[in-house]
Design a protein around this ligand. Structure first.
Ligand SMILES: [Ca+2]
Ligand SMILES: [Ca+2]
Length: 654
């Protein structure tokens, strides 16, 4: 392995830390004004895609200035290499698995950041901070999840990724059926425009910047928190005309140069208002580059793989923090730190209260202040969509065997078109990131004691936050916010707590006890909420024993439809009742038609009868088995998701 520039940075960083610590004697005066916080978050910007980190083919003078006036980090991690998970962590100080925001939420997602989760904006509000979110949100797009519900006074931006739109890779609108609705631009909770063309994408960075600067100008007198989350440089790339062709690299470089200009505008606004001294500015990225986009993707430098992986190129990102008078100029931090540490650090700086619920972040003020020997973060857990793929302690990274996307050995796309992924199994290994930042040499055999210790850390992670690789359920996982189906959460009826016998258990991917069918609780729009019994490609039958005869007047079955997730209403539901368990009386069946319908609904399918004495009730839900012709998954196995079997009537009078 040839020594990389990163290794050089690493070594020089240690020297700088040591030097700085000796002349940094804590002589700073206490801030007389509250500290403002500006958090700039870019999308898919690679570890190397800032001048000071080694960018090639474009320049970032404003980011480099930010670093020269503050600190930049060599070992800083977004929580996961994917958008929604990363953002949930940034704003809550929690690993994404703790708050159950996994992957990248799609426009038909029925979950979002739980309204009870506490964000950076929410810890600052009680202190009188003005708060604004500008740009990409991606933590749920319904008004119940948008920034105004999470502590922000104002919001302007896209609710999810800018490629979730009905436009093809050439920028041409898709004429037929698209997976995606028009891409909304949101002000507050309202859609004010749609982003329909590449020229609309071109304006996003400048429009976000104008909003951010307006907010700073308006809020300069009081403390404020600005969260500026650029949609760029996520594909499809867009750049304003004055930056088009401005870099040697091409469009990606142009886009970064406009983001850099944006950073300069923010810094200028702080200077103009005389508040640079009492403002902490943080710049980082949500995950590594989407490498199969070739010249429309960034670079990880020496790191292995990129976005969508738990190898270093996925979560390790550039990070710069400036806080004049408190963070030494031109300092470099090679301590372990993460986006999840920003919330507790901001809390420590501002005196805000931490959330009452447990979080995973730690206060890294000691790193910012170059306190000698400070190691506020000793470990990092590399989750990806619920899988614990690796853990790090100090210089050591223990990778657990897992399947992953890979960009190695496949030809990337170009000019806005993606190339394919490879999928590989990464074997378990131990890497020494200080000597081998590229994760190339497994040193597990030479360090069995370290392997054992990191395996124990992995076990702690699994028991706390779960692990889909080993089928573990975490004891501290909290649920996501779930979109309401606009109805009560519970229902009272005669079959509550009846004995249930079913033709099949719920599918192993949705391991739900069939007792949920009569627990009086109704499922939400989130089919993963643990309240729906799921079967794929087969019919489902349940027989209830009410343990005594009752007078039944109506039998109903609650069924979910999420066609985009291949969940259909049963095409037929049959009902029958019996008083002795052998003589059955069929009630009227209910059929549904399988028409295209994008709405996520729960339909209660019912059959009424004149009061009949019955102790047993049987419900049979007939599946489509195969998805119909019009469905994108035509011929594939359809799912049905069913929940409560509701028995109405009255007890028999003696
Ligand atoms: Ca991203
Ligand atoms: Ca139920």
């Amino acid at each position: 392995m040839t020594p990389s520039r990163r290794e050089f940075l690493h070594r020089s960083g240690k020297a700088t830390l040591a030097l700085a610590a000796s002349r940094w004697t804590g002589a700073c005066t206490p801030a007389t004004r509250p500290t403002n916080v500006v958090l700039i978050f870019t999308d898919d910007q690679g570890y190397e895609d800032v001048g000071i980190y080694g960018a090639k083919g474009f320049r970032t003078p404003h980011l480099d200035r930010l670093a020269s006036e503050g600190m930049h980090f060599t070992d800083f991690y977004a929580s996961e290499g994917v958008c929604s998970a990363s953002r949930a962590s940034l704003l809550t100080g929690c690993y994404a698995s703790r708050v159950s925001i996994l992957g990248a939420l799609s426009p038909d997602a029925q979950v979002g950041l739980h309204p009870g989760e506490v964000t950076i904006a929410e810890i600052l509000k009680p202190l009188g901070y003005a708060t604004a979110a500008v740009g990409k949100w991606h933590l749920g797009h319904g008004s119940e999840f948008l920034p105004l519900r999470h502590g922000f006074d104002e919001y302007f931006g896209l609710p999810y990724s800018n490629d979730m739109w009905p436009v093809d890779y050439d920028g041409i609108s898709i004429s037929g059926v698209s997976q995606y609705p028009p891409l909304p631009l949101i002000e507050g909770n309202e859609v004010v425009e749609t982003v329909d063309e590449l020229t609309d994408q071109d304006r996003l960075t400048t429009r976000y910047t104008e909003r951010a600067v307006q907010f700073i100008d308006r809020s300069a007198n009081g403390p404020f928190f600005l969260y500026l989350a650029h949609s760029m440089p996520h594909v499809p790339l867009g750049v304003s005309p004055r930056f088009k062709g401005s870099s040697e690299q091409g469009l990606y470089g142009d886009v970064i140069q406009e983001i850099d200009w944006s950073v300069g505008q923010v810094l200028e606004a702080l200077d103009r208002n005389g508040i640079a001294e009492n403002t902490l500015v943080i710049f980082t990225s949500d995950n590594g580059p989407w490498l199969n986009y070739g010249n429309h993707a960034g670079s990880t430098g020496p790191l292995r793989e990129g976005k969508g992986t738990a190898l270093e190129g996925g979560p390790r990102v550039p990070a710069i923090m400036r806080w004049p008078g408190r963070i030494e100029a031109e300092s470099i931090c090679d301590g372990l730190a993460s986006t999840i540490d920003i919330l507790p650090t901001v809390a420590a700086i501002t005196g805000a209260s931490l959330p009452e619920q447990p979080i995973d972040g730690v206060n890294i003020l000691s790193l910012l202040e170059l306190q000698s020997g400070a190691v506020p973060r000793t470990q990092f857990w590399f989750y990806y969509t619920g899988e614990l793929r690796a853990v790090r302690e100090g210089r050591w990274k223990r990778v657990f065997e897992h399947r992953t996307r890979s960009y190695v050995g496949v030809e990337p796309g170009a000019d806005g078109h993606p190339g394919p992924y490879e999928f590989i199994t990464v074997p378990e290994a131990l890497y020494d990131l200080d000597l081998d930042i590229g994760e190339t040499v497994d040193v597990a055999k030479q360090h069995l004691d370290i392997v054992n210790r990191l395996d124990e850390i992995g076990e702690v992670a699994r028991s706390t936050l779960g692990d889909r690789l080993t089928g573990r359920i975490g004891s501290e996982v909290r649920p996501p916010g779930r979109r309401s189906l606009g109805r009560s959460d519970s229902v009272d009826h005669l079959a509550a707590r009846a004995v249930v016998m079913t033709s099949t258990p719920s599918h192993p991917s949705y391991p739900v006890d069939t007792g949920v069918l009569v627990d009086g609780l109704l499922g939400s729009a989130d089919f993963r909420d643990g309240r729906w019994v799921a079967v794929q490609g087969v019919d489902f039958q349940a027989t209830l024993d009410l343990e005594a005869s009752v007078e039944v007047t109506r039998v109903s079955l609650d069924c979910l439809q999420v066609q985009s997730a291949w969940i259909m209403l049963p095409h037929l539901v049959e009902f029958s009742v019996s008083d002795d368990g052998s003589n059955w009386m069929n009630l009227e069946s209910v059929s549904t038609s399988a028409e295209p319908d994008p709405s996520v609904i729960a339909r209660r399918l019912s059959s009424s009868i004149a009061g009949v004495a019955a102790r047993y009730v049987r419900v049979t839900a007939r599946n489509h088995s195969q998805l119909p012709d019009w469905h994108v998954g035509v011929g594939g196995e359809a799912w049905i998701f069913i929940d409560e079997i509701i028995i109405e009537g009255r007890p028999l009078t003696a």
